[in-house]
Design a binder for this molecule. Structure first.
Ligand SMILES: Nc1ncnc2c1ncn2[C@@H]1O[C@H](COP(=O)(O)OP(=O)(O)OP(=O)(O)O)[C@@H](O)[C@H]1O
Ligand SMILES: Nc1ncnc2c1ncn2[C@@H]1O[C@H](COP(=O)(O)OP(=O)(O)OP(=O)(O)O)[C@@H](O)[C@H]1O
Ligand SMILES: [Mg+2]
Ligand SMILES: [Mg+2]
Lengths: 256, 256
């Protein structure tokens, strides 16, 4: 049974999509079958893999509204062991449309029953909010990875997010674990980066990944070519750091 | 009558809060009375001015639910001509609570009737989504300023935002103008920054501000001291760029 991991943080621009894309790619080249689900109406993970927006193609909106299953919506990518469930503009309306439906928070969890056995990891890229799309992801997930930009506002928001995770754990998903906090866009020349790192490693009760993602321009260039970093510039520091993260994660959740 | 401006972009981490705080501060030192409204449940604009979270204090949630007016919720700040309506954690629930209420999109617009005449500018910091809080801000606003991080994903999201602005203009707020796109976190050593700038200045139909906000670490340090840049480091490039933006804005909306 694969592990379902939500990549979530309501603070915007902290590296959720960059982490989802590059961790999924790195796990897949370790020959682990991976499914990446783009649960953000912005569709950044979808375009980050070079898939143009196509309203005719099955996407997560169709899955959440019950029009098709995840297996049907999963698209192949340039990487053999990696499939992607694309997002769409329709997802913007999904939050309002789902509010009145039965089991609105469990739609993604129920849809995943069908495919969990086919993948070793399912990663879900979440939007920058704590609305129904993120709640669906947290209800479906075994664990959450929290990308944390090494900046003041990002640190401020961590307690809000953990409160939401607690609420989900008490109600919708008692098994939800915090797999770890991941420091992103770390700049060793910048005092704030070091300040945030020592604050988090010193005070956060759970795991903070050893791997730290550096600020690296190649990571922000790659999506404009529709490729993860390991297909765009495999020798870049950004790519290497996500390969290291994949290795660290495999060490924690040994799934021989 | 003051101009109400929404600082909005559903893409996360593009500099909405940094722009709202520093533009408000810069306008206020030009002796223009300014009201800054924090419409983001993350409360970053509130803590960026050093106001601790205080559930007892009147805030935007109380205003939207009709418990008090904006005048009552407006707090003084260290700057004479600048008042702030703080946000609160309760705003997370406001989106769901407002859905069933009458005139749910016009709550902020109606509340502003009472105070518009007291300020030359009202700035509204929006969350990274196109939900009911942002819709309230766009319905209340005379114009929108779109902070645009000089990165690939941010450019991608611009067309979605402009489509939403069009929808609001057709229905809820026919007078909504796009006051301008503001390039933020611009790094002249980075090819993407230049690429995004020439793409936007070449293709965007509306105004792109002359003023460009550079990436400047002092801007990200200031909020940890609870101060806008002009009270933290007035000689920094970041501070100077927001003073230049304020000047440019005053030149466009001459309000002697
Ligand atoms: N380590 C890094 N070094 C340099 N740039 C980065 C890094 N990680 C992400 N970026 C860039 O920073 C911006 C924000 O990252 P990203 O879009 O992944 O964040 P996000 O949390 O998914 O944002 P949103 O909240 O909008 O979903 C993007 O333009 C991305 O290319
Ligand atoms: N010009 C700049 N130079 C350097 N850092 C900046 C600049 N503008 C903003 N920042 C920093 O980048 C991060 C994102 O900025 P900010 O929080 O203002 O964006 P936002 O759009 O309001 O985010 P959200 O989508 O979460 O509301 C913050 O840590 C901020 O301090
Ligand atoms: Mg994202
Ligand atoms: Mg903000």
């Amino acid at each position: 049974m694969g592990r379902v991991i939500a990549i979530a943080n309501q603070k915007g621009g902290v590296g959720k999509t960059t982490t989802a894309i590059n961790l999924a790619a790195s796990l897949s080249v370790a020959e682990r079958p991976v499914l990446l689900i783009d649960a953000d109406p912005q569709s950044n993970a979808t375009t980050g893999f070079g898939l143009a927006r196509d309203p005719e193609r099955a996407n997560l909106y169709d899955v959440l509204l019950g029009a098709c299953g995840l297996a049907e919506a999963a698209q192949p990518t340039e990487l053999d062991h990696l499939r992607l469930v694309p997002s769409s503009n329709d997802l913007i309306g999904a939050e309002v449309e789902l509010v009145a439906r039965d089991g609105r928070e469990r739609r993604l969890r129920n849809a995943l029953e069908q495919v969990r056995g086919d993948y070793e990891f399912v990663l879900i890229d979440c939007p920058p909010s704590l609305g129904l799309l993120t709640v669906n992801a947290l209800t479906a997930a075994d664990g959450i990875i929290v990308p944390l930009q090494a900046e003041y506002y990002a640190l401020e928001g961590l307690s809000n997010l953990l409160r939401t995770v607690d609420l989900i754990r008490q109600g919708l998903n008692p098994g939800l674990a915090v797999d770890g906090v991941l420091l992103t866009m770390f700049d060793p020349r910048n005092a704030i980066s070091h300040g945030v790192e020592s604050e988090v490693r010193g005070n956060f009760q759970g795991r903070v990944f050893e791997t730290v993602i550096p600020r690296n321009v190649r990571l922000s260039e790659a999506p404009s070519f529709g490729k993860p970093a390991l297909l765009y510039d495999p020798r870049s520091k950004g790519c290497e750091s996500y390969l290291a993260l994949a290795k660290e994660l495999l060490g924690i959740f040994v799934t021989h």
